[in-house]
Design a protein around this ligand. Structure first.
Ligand code: SAH
Length: 389
C-alpha cells in the first residue's frame, strides 16, 4: 500500500513565487514536512496556513520541489496523459512546423509545466529524457501517455540525462528503427542512443533557416558544427563554400554522413578538426559568415564569470577575422547567462577587436521550446547576428 502523500509547508512570505506559477521550491523556503519524502516522491506543498499551493516531485538539493501541478491532482495515468496532450496540442496549433520538418520538441520542462522532463520526437521515434529522479521513476507512466497521445509512435527510447544514473537507457516500446529525419527538407542521420542530448540540436531550427536565407554566394565557417545543421542549411541556401569545424571526430563524421545523405557537391564542403578559438585566431581567414555555437560555457551561476570570458574570447577572435561587412551568428545556450550579459560579452569583444559592430537580428529558441512567463530562467538560447564593418 502506498503511504500518504508527504506535505511540505512553506515559510510565511515565501509562497508568492508559487502563487505566480514559478515552479521551484527552494530548500530555504521550507518550514516543515509531515513525513520526510524520498527522492523522486510526489509531494504536496502548502502555505503557512496549510492552503494548497502545488504538487510535484521532491528531490534533495537547493531546488527541493519542482511543481508539476498548481491544482490538487493525483499523479496518475490521467495526469500524465492530460499534461502530454496539452503539450502535443500546442505543437499542432502554435508552432508553425513546416511539413518538410519531422523533428520537434514535444515537452520542454518548465515551459510545458513539466520541470525535469524533456521529450523529443524524431519522426515516429520518441526520446524521453528525464532530468530528475521523479521523472525517471515515472518513465513507464510517461511512455504510456506518449502512446495514448501519439498513435503513430513506433519506438520510445528512455535516455536519462547523464547525472541520473540510477537507470540505464533503454527502449520502453519497440526497438531501434531507422527513420528519415528531416529539417527544412534536409535529411539528417540522428542517433538518439549515442548522440549528444537526445540526438540532435532541435533548438537551432529557425536560426539555421535564417542562415540559409543569407548564405547565397557566401563563404562560411560553421564552428561547433556537431551534426552540421548550419552547414547543410547554408549549402541549401546557395553558399559557395562551407567549412564545418568541431573538436570531436565523432561530430565531424556525423557531419560528413549528413553531407553524403543530402548529395551535396563535396567540393563545396570541408571538415576541420580543431579547437574553435585556436583555429579562428591562428588561421588567415576570408569568411563572409562565421557561426559560433559553443556548448553551454556556464551550467551553473557559479561559472558565470568564466563563461562570460569564454564568450568574449571567441567573439573577439571572430570579430577580428571576419571580412569587412561580414556576419557573425553568435550564440549562448547557457541558462545562467541572460540576454543582456551575453550582449555585454559580445560588446566587450567588439571593443577589444576595435571594429564597429551592428546587431541585425536577435535570436532565441523556437516555439517548441516555450518559456513560461513566470520562469524567465527557461529562456536559455540567445543569439545575435552581428555585422562587422
Ligand atoms: N551547432 C550545432 C550544435 C553545437 S553542440 C548544431 O547546430 O547541431 C556543441 C559542439 O561543440 C559539440 O559538437 C562539441 O564537440 C563541440 N566543441 C566543444 N568544445 C569545442 C571546441 N573547443 N572547439 C570546437 N568544437 C568544440
Amino acid at each position: 500500500m502506498s503511504r500518504e502523500t508527504p506535505i511540505i509547508q512553506i515559510k510565511e512570505g515565501k509562497e508568492s513565487s508559487l502563487r505566480r506559477f514559478h515552479p521551484w521550491v527552494f530548500s530555504g523556503a521550507i518550514s516543515g514536512v509531515t513525513e520526510m519524502p524520498q527522492n523522486g516522491e510526489w509531494v504536496k506543498v502548502v502555505d503557512s496556513k496549510r492552503k494548497f499551493l502545488g504538487a510535484g516531485h521532491y528531490q534533495e538539493g537547493s531546488i527541493s520541489v519542482r511543481i508539476l501541478s498548481f491544482q490538487d491532482l493525483p499523479c496518475d495515468d490521467d495526469f500524465w496523459k492530460m499534461k502530454l496532450a496539452n503539450a502535443w496540442k500546442v505543437r499542432q496549433t502554435g508552432i508553425g512546423l513546416s511539413p518538410d520538418t519531422n523533428m520537434f520538441r514535444w515537452v520542454h520542462g518548465e515551459g510545458d509545466g513539466l520541470p525535469g522532463l524533456i521529450i523529443d520526437v524524431y519522426d515516429t521515434v520518441v526520446v524521453i529524457q528525464p532530468h530528475t529522479l521523479g521523472m525517471e521513476q515515472n518513465a513507464e507512466h510517461i511512455a504510456k501517455a506518449v502512446e495514448s497521445v501519439f498513435a503513430g509512435v513506433k519506438a520510445i527510447y528512455l535516455k536519462p540525462s547523464e547525472k541520473q544514473l540510477s537507470s540505464p537507457p533503454r527502449y520502453l516500446k519497440g526497438e531501434k528503427v531507422n527513420v528519415e529525419c528531416k529539417e527544412h527538407g534536409i535529411r539528417y542521420a540522428v542517433d538518439w542512443e549515442t548522440g549528444q542530448k537526445t540526438g540532435f540540436f532541435i533548438d537551432q531550427r529557425e536560426n539555421r533557416k535564417l542562415l540559409g536565407t543569407l548564405a547565397n554566394g557566401k563563404k562560411i565557417l560553421n564552428t561547433f558544427c556537431y551534426s552540421g545543421g548550419f552547414s547543410l542549411t547554408a549549402l541549401q541556401g546557395g553558399a559557395i563554400h562551407v567549412d564545418s569545424l568541431d573538436s570531436s571526430q565523432q561530430a565531424l563524421d556525423l557531419t560528413l554522413q549528413n553531407v553524403e545523405l543530402n548529395k551535396v557537391d563535396k567540393a563545396k564542403h570541408q571538415v576541420i578538426k580543431a579547437d574553435a578559438v585556436e583555429y579562428i585566431k591562428t588561421v588567415a581567414t576570408d569568411y563572409d559568415i562565421i557561426v559560433l555555437d559553443p556548448p553551454a560555457f556556464a551550467k551553473h551561476l557559479s561559472a558565470r564569470h568564466k563563461a562570460v570570458q569564454g564568450y568574449r574570447k571567441i567573439n573577439e577572435a571572430a570579430i577580428r577575422k571576419i571580412k569587412p561587412g561580414g556576419l557573425i551568428f553568435t550564440f549562448s545556450c547557457s541558462q545562467a547567462i541572460d540576454k543582456e550579459t551575453f550582449k555585454g560579452a559580445v560588446m566587450a569583444a567588439a571593443i577589444d577587436a576595435r571594429r564597429p559592430v551592428r546587431i541585425l537580428h536577435q535570436l532565441h529558441q523556437p516555439a517548441d521550446h516555450p518559456v513560461s512567463l513566470f520562469h524567465a530562467e527557461g529562456e536559455y538560447l540567445k543569439g545575435l547576428v552581428i555585422e562587422v564593418q
